[in-house]
Design a protein around this ligand. Structure first.
Ligand SMILES: [Zn+2]
Length: 183
């Protein structure tokens, strides 16, 4: 379906808000991979994606490797598909990202930034899929932690500063179900 058609079904949806949110998600995604800190992004990922990223990072750590994405810039976001399924709405979009990729060896203490297999800083095209439940409720104006009741700034960290509970974003909005680099 067209963006306009979906905006009529979901009054909270605008292309502008979606685009800026995707830019923020992608920046935080690459930074979380670089820092091996998925707790910063888990709240906007599906459980399956959380688990597959965790096992990938755990395996890299075990192998003494880490991929660092430097000089990151998220360029264009274009929505390629919006469709209705039985219980949810799905959006697929393409995101152009520019970065320098560094494979570092965690066991090599002599590491310097110009060491290792550094790529050229070039564009990479990612296909990102998102899903929103048809039962989604309207997001509260002032989101609070479901566990301890402290305010949570969902645009900033998405989890509670006090008890670390993830905000249940899936109850209110689109969450990311897959992020794939494509040609
Ligand atoms: Zn809390």
């Amino acid at each position: 379906m067209q963006i306009e058609e979906y905006s009529n079904i979901d009054k909270t949806f605008t292309k502008e808000v979606f685009t800026s949110r995707m830019q923020s998600y992608m920046k935080r995604y690459f930074s979380a991979l670089s820092l091996n800190k998925l707790t910063n992004i888990n709240y906007f990922l599906s459980k399956e994606l959380q688990e597959s990223l965790k096992s990938k990072l755990d395996k890299d750590t075990k192998d003494g490797k880490r991929t660092i994405y430097a000089e990151l810039n998220v360029d264009e976001v274009s929505i390629t598909n919006i469709r209705e399924e039985q219980d949810s709405y799905k959006i697929t979009c393409n995101v152009l990202v520019k970065y320098l990729k560094d494979e570092i060896n965690l066991n090599d203490t002599s590491y310097t930034s110009d060491h290792g297999a550094r790529s050229e800083r070039e564009f990479h095209n990612y296909e990102v899929s998102l899903s929103k439940s048809k039962d989604a409720k309207e997001m509260p104006v002032a989101p609070i932690c479901p566990s301890c009741g402290h305010p949570i700034n969902v645009d900033r960290n998405g989890n509670c500063l006090y008890c670390k509970t993830d905000y249940p974003l899936y109850l209110y909005d689109f969450i990311v179900t897959s992020i794939k680099e494509i040609d």
